[in-house]
Ligand binder design. Structure first.
Ligand SMILES: Nc1ncnc2c1ncn2[C@@H]1O[C@H](COP(=O)(O)OP(=O)(O)OP(=O)(O)O)[C@@H](O)[C@H]1O
Ligand SMILES: O=P(O)(O)OC[C@H]1O[C@H](OP(=O)(O)OP(=O)(O)O)[C@H](O)[C@@H]1O
Ligand SMILES: [Mg+2]
Length: 281
């Protein structure tokens, strides 16, 4: 049986469970449950703190896990990223009070507060910067005004928390994070793991694309196909109406209205867009 770690709470928990449910896996109904068995797919889900997930997967005690890239890096675990899951996007950045730190070259000798000492320590070691890392559990943005640190290094999503603490970002992001599927080399090589990976890839495609269907005069097919090349090639069907054909193609969700405008201009009619519920490419 495949054993998978899923965030039990925090920013990634709801979206991770939602994605697994869309991929056809059973998920817990009570948010307090710590385990959920899916007998149909022969999978067991363990709900764990996202910070601990890389440890369980890295040790080989669990086969696969969903966590944040920043948490994976921070853990120093030998687990590896196998798929970017497209949610939980955030950057990890340094921040300080305005005018106190111009760029990351000025970090030497500073006190840096963070809940991610592995990420920050790795960044400093790589650049041979000697600074003091102060490990805090959370709400690290308070550390500067309370005099515990000169700089913070933390997750930034909207930037609201930094703004409210009177801090500004310094330098380029230390890393770009998002939710990722992780495994340890060789611990998830079986058919069930391959099936999970394909199902999650299918969910990503179903979220990114819509299905566009339209009718077009046959002599405009080449121009229409150039606008809707699909992923491999558009599907063409004859219409009862002489000289017209129906075209069906997957189109990126964000592009579909522009593509429909262009097709209409070209002479296409009866343009219909539908969501893709699931897919396997
Ligand atoms: N707005 C956000 N705040 C914190 N983490 C976020 C945010 N958006 C995405 N993430 C990602 O979520 C993961 C952290 O989740 P985790 O559950 O440990 O912390 P949290 O969401 O801050 O929850 P809590 O602090 O309540 O325990 C990281 O990978 C982080 O990059
Ligand atoms: O850029 P933003 O949209 O403001 O989000 C980022 C903030 O959210 C998280 O804090 P959280 O509320 O989880 O508290 P914590 O620091 O105690 O984890 C994170 O640690 C940042 O502080
Ligand atoms: Mg937090």
């Amino acid at each position: 049986m495949l054993r998978i770690a899923v965030p039990n709470k925090g920013s990634l928990a709801t979206a991770a469970a939602q994605m697994l449910a869309e991929a056809g896996y059973r998920q817990r109904t009570d948010p307090k449950d710590l385990v959920c068995h899916d007998p149909v797919n022969d999978v067991e889900f363990f709900y764990l703190r996202p910070r601990d997930i890389a440890t369980y997967v890295g040790s080989g005690d669990l086969d696969l896990g969903i966590t944040g890239r920043d948490l994976l890096v921070d853990s120093g675990s030998p687990a590896q990223e196998v798929l970017d899951l497209g949610f939980g996007a955030a950057t990890f950045r340094f921040a300080a009070a305005p005018g106190t730190l111009a760029d990351t070259a000025g970090l030497a000798g500073r006190r840096i507060a963070t809940s991610y000492p592995g990420v920050v320590g790795g960044y400093l070691a790589k650049r041979s910067v000697d600074a003091e890392v102060i490990r805090l559990d959370g709400a690290v943005e308070n550390a500067v005004r309370l005099g515990v640190a000169d700089v913070v290094a933390d997750v930034v999503q909207t930037g609201t928390t930094l703004r409210q603490a009177g801090l500004v970002v310094v330098g380029e992001p230390i890393l770009d994070s998002s939710a990722v599927l992780i495994t340890r080399d060789g611990s998830a090589d079986g058919a069930a793991a391959g099936q999970l990976l394909r199902r999650l890839q299918g969910v990503l495609v179903a979220r990114r694309y819509v299905m566009l269907v339209y009718d077009v005069p046959a002599d405009l097919l080449d121009q229409a196909s150039a606008l809707t090349p699909g992923i491999e090639s558009p599907t063409i069907s004859p219409l009862h109406r002489e000289g017209w054909i129906a075209v069906q193609a997957m189109v990126k969700r964000g592009d579909v209205h522009r593509v429909m405008d262009d097709l209409y201009e070209l002479g296409a009619r009866a343009l219909l867009v539908t969501d893709i519920h699931a897919c396997r490419l």
